[in-house]
Design a protein around this ligand. Structure first.
Ligand code: PGA
Length: 254
């Protein structure tokens, strides 16, 4: 994996009240109080961000905080939305953008995702930019093409050195929450294509340094095999990151 720092990111989705979130941190604190070389990120729901952020600080945990989504505008008449300024104000470092559940259930498109990515980067937030194909697209042999469109359109007009400011997550939709994990070699191949595309769009140096994660049914018992693939720099984990024991096993996959 060259000299890229591995990342384990937990996407809590719509799970955990603030009380449950704080109890979770209590449960993992002893396992994430030292720097192990793996960058650990948790992405709680908006309602728990503030409490989780305060607790991470208080306990001096080596955990970074991310949100799961945001709007691209700084403020305005957008009922129910959260702006980049609000996330920055909470001291967040990361924000997941373009998760397949946002695309499939909430109508997000490459165009709106592009606006969100630009806004996040402009505000100094580091997007974890999700891409991935459906089962139909995979079976029709369209994986590379679909992902290329997601990346090219998602990053349209984005400039500068992205290597430290952007993380990409390859999440085949058929593997999310289904227990069907992609074959590590297949995921590695897709990620190699993504890196080649990043090289053609942003240069070889950015491509060499940028981190590309795999996501989709990552669990303690398959994480080591996934992380052994040379192109895979980490994992974006849903279900298996919710329990302290399982989360700690993932974080300590080495
Ligand atoms: P899963 O979700 O680990 O539950 O498959 C991954 C994700 O949606 O990021």
């Amino acid at each position: 994996m060259a000299d890229r720092r591995p990342m384990m990111a937990g996407n809590w989705k719509m799970h955990k009240t603030t009380t449950e979130a704080v109890a979770f941190l209590e449960g993992v604190a002893a396992g994430v109080d030292k720097d192990t070389g793996v960058e650990v990120v948790v992405c709680p729901p908006y309602t728990a961000l503030s409490a989780v952020g305060a607790d991470i600080k208080k306990k001096n945990l080596k955990v970074s905080l991310g949100a799961q989504n945001m709007h691209w505008e700084e403020a305005g008449a957008f009922t129910g939305e959260i702006s980049p300024l609000m996330l920055v104000d909470l001291g967040l470092e990361f924000v997941i953008i373009g998760h397949s559940e946002r695309r499939q259930l909430f109508g997000e498109t490459n165009e709106t995702i592009n606006k969100k990515l630009k806004a996040a980067l402009d505000h100094g937030l580091k997007p974890i930019f999700c891409v991935g194909e459906t089962l139909d697209q995979r079976e029709a042999g369209q994986t590379t093409e679909v992902i290329a469109a997601q990346i090219t359109e998602g990053l349209e007009g984005v400039g500068g050195d992205l290597s430290e400011r952007l993380v990409i997550a390859y999440e085949p939709i058929w593997a999310i929450g289904t227990g069907k994990v992609a074959e590590p070699e297949d995921a590695n191949d897709v990620i190699r294509h993504i890196r080649a595309l990043i090289s053609s769009l942003f240069g070889v140096d950015t491509a060499r340094k940028i981190r590309i994660l795999y996501g989709g049914s990552v669990k303690p018992d398959n994480v080591a095999k996934i992380m052994a693939e040379p192109e895979i720099d980490g994992a974006l984990v849903g279900g298996a990151c919710l329990k302290p024991e399982s989360f700690l096993e993932l974080v300590n996959y080495q």
